[in-house]
Design a protein. Structure first.
Lengths: 49, 563
């Protein structure tokens, strides 16, 4: 096996993410979850202040 | 430690090691050993990524951090989900397209051999030292609390990790990490449940959270901007993002986790899984720390959580002073305990005026109790000048040892050992991969058989494991070692991140320019370290910014090489 990085001719075919039609949906899920958690934490902080 | 604890501890650790060896048994080639034959499912990758990041110190220190400083440490992780998305979009497709074993292989494809070797060497120095600390940090705490020999504790962690990491390589690391994550999460959930159960009968879970809030521990988010404040929303979103980008995008101990995926989709999902669950996981660990804090408002905590360090004072002429302070602390605690009960009663009446009066009283008494603790730390440091006076790392383990029933102590110790083993195994695996792929196979012995490289990988894993154990054993000879290693990490991390950022986003800059830019950036960072007072965390930013800046300056001067 050669050590030189061997570029593969074709990228492995992208499988679709679960529940979403495209990866953008998954990314928005992660970012939306972050936004939701920040809002939730802000409410917790204010509520128990 | 009671017999049941030993059975649970040894049974759990034994099962994980045997499972790891059995599951990955049989002949392997170098592809299987270093990349797990690209057979990993997304959930294995996700758990493996989380287990690699969660070291024993996460489970020992984080609850103590919450005990001392509340929930605000969670903000440190706010940049992580964004980093997971960026890496999923940009980094993973490139690594897959080039079919690389290590992150540094990509640098040769993008730049040249010398840049690849430089980044690999910087990683080996930094991670090689960190691997020793990953073993040493929990070992020193466990040996202090349990009275075990430090060398024996180091050896137990080191040898168990070496056995399955050498045997099964990357796949063994990943499959054992799923078991380890189950133990870690299960153990922490049980500990959280138990601490709530131990609250006084008249204090409900809601009361406990309300008391924590009134005592300033539910400070989860802070939007105010302050350069001097280490944990706020803004530092989490910027510093946390940069740190997560460099750690998950350029550190081979993490890159190896998602390079073993069945496909790009599996790798992406594994990273995004981490982006979804990391913050809730840290929230849970911090919240357990807050509940331990509330528990200790109704049960007297030790005046200093590192009991061994406290006991040593009694063998010195400062024993009388210490005894006096302990009596003073008990009196201060009893007064405070009464005030906290008063606060609970006031909260139940929902009378704002009564709540404010009770809250002020608790605040004043907390300050008084803290002052006694500070005096105790002063006495400890006078009596035993080398003793560490920060005891937050001992808060959680002290609670576990003193209050949890037989069996659960063993389970919680298994959590800590599992965490130490999960991060160590990833580190050893990454160190061996980088040594073989980026140094040995590339620059020392280029045309040997696959079997030769497989054996070399195993030998390098053993070698790095032994170095880590040896370093952990003698670590106590150096003063303030953890900080020293953090400084060394920061000295190199910025430069490595800078090289990768140039590789991904600044196509204009080529090999010669980035190599010399990295060398100059490293010299600037070393100058800052030796001749300025700049805090070491800034070295990450300085190193990274200098590589990019120097790269742009040097490219027109050195940019005649062939692409």
């Amino acid at each position: 096996m050669s050590d030189k990085s061997k570029p593969v001719d074709t990228e492995p075919p992208l499988e679709k993410p679960p529940f979403f039609k495209s990866w953008a949906g998954m990314y928005w899920l992660v970012l939306g979850n972050l936004a939701f958690l920040i809002v939730l934490f802000y409410i917790i902080t204010k509520f128990y202040e | 430690m009671r017999p049941l604890d030993w059975i649970v501890l040894l049974g759990t650790l034994g099962f994980i090691v045997i499972y790891g060896v059995w599951k990955t048994r049989g002949s392997q080639d170098i592809e299987g050993y270093l990349k797990g034959n690209n057979s990993m499912k997304w959930w294995t990758i996700g758990l493996s990524i989380m287990a690699t990041q969660a070291s024993a110190i996460t489970f020992l220190s984080t609850p103590g951090q919450a005990y001392e400083d509340g929930m605000r440490f969670i903000q440190f992780y706010f940049g992580l989900p964004i980093a997971m998305v960026i890496i999923s979009i940009t980094v993973i497709p490139i690594f897959y397209r080039l079919n690389v074993f290590t992150a540094y292989e990509f640098l040769e494809n993008r730049f040249d051999l010398k840049t690849r070797s430089l980044a690999a060497l910087l990683f080996l120095v930094q991670r090689g030292l960190a691997a020793g600390i990953t073993i040493y940090a929990p070992a020193i705490i466990l040996s202090t609390m349990l009275g075990w020999s430090l060398t024996a504790t180091n050896l137990i962690i080191g040898v168990l990790v070496i056995i399955y990491t050498v045997s099964g390589g990357t796949k063994a690391v990943s499959v054992t990490q799923t078991q380890q994550m189950a133990v870690m999460m299960g153990g922490m959930l049980v500990a959280g449940f138990m601490v709530v159960q131990y609250l006084p009968e008249n204090v409900s879970f809601g009361d406990a959270v309300a008391v924590a809030g009134k005592m300033g521990k539910m400070n989860v988010v802070d939007f105010s901007f302050d350069w001097d404040d280490r944990y706020n929303f803004w530092s989490g979103m910027t510093g946390g993002l940069f740190l997560a980008l460099s750690y998950f995008g350029t550190d081979q101990s993490q890159v190896a986790r998602y390079l073993g995926g069945k496909s790009i989709a599996e790798s992406r999902l594994g990273l995004l899984f981490n982006g979804l669950l990391k913050i809730p996981m840290q929230f849970m660990i911090l919240f357990i720390g807050v509940m331990v804090f509330v528990f200790y408002q109704f049960n007297q905590p030790p005046v200093f959580f590192n009991e061994a360090a406290r006991s040593k004072v009694y063998a010195t002429p400062y024993a009388g002073e210490m005894r006096e302070l302990e009596t003073k602390y008990t009196a201060a605690f009893q007064e405070k305990q009464e005030a906290v009960h008063g606060l609970v009663a006031a909260l139940k009446t929902e009378n704002e005026a009564a709540i404010v009066i009770a809250e002020n009283k608790v605040d004043a008494l907390t300050t008084a109790a803290k002052a006694v603790r500070e005096e105790v730390k002063g006495v400890i440091s006078k009596a035993t000048p080398k003793a560490e006076t920060k005891d937050t790392d001992y808060v959680f383990i002290s609670f576990v040892m003193k209050y949890l029933p037989a069996g659960l102590v063993g389970l919680l110790l298994a959590v800590i050992f599992s965490a130490a083993m999960s991060s160590s195994s990833s580190e050893l695996n990454a160190l061996a991969s980088t040594t073989v792929v980026d140094i040995y196979r590339r620059s020392v012995k280029q045309h040997a058989s696959p079997k030769h490289y497989l054996i070399a990988s195993k030998l390098f894993t053993i070698g790095w494991g032994l170095i880590a154990v040896l370093f952990a054993t003698y670590a106590s000879l150096l003063d303030n070692l953890i900080q020293a290693v953090n400084i060394i990490g920061s000295i190199f991390y910025g430069t490595i991140l800078g090289i990768f950022l140039v590789a991904f986003y600044f196509k204009y800059i080529r090999g010669n320019a980035v190599f010399w830019a990295a060398v100059l950036a490293e010299l600037v960072v070393l100058y800052c370290h030796f001749y300025t007072d700049i805090a070491f965390l800034w070295f990450n930013v300085i190193g990274c910014a200098c590589v990019i800046l120097f790269g742009f300056i040097l490219q027109p001067l050195l940019g005649r090489e062939k692409v």
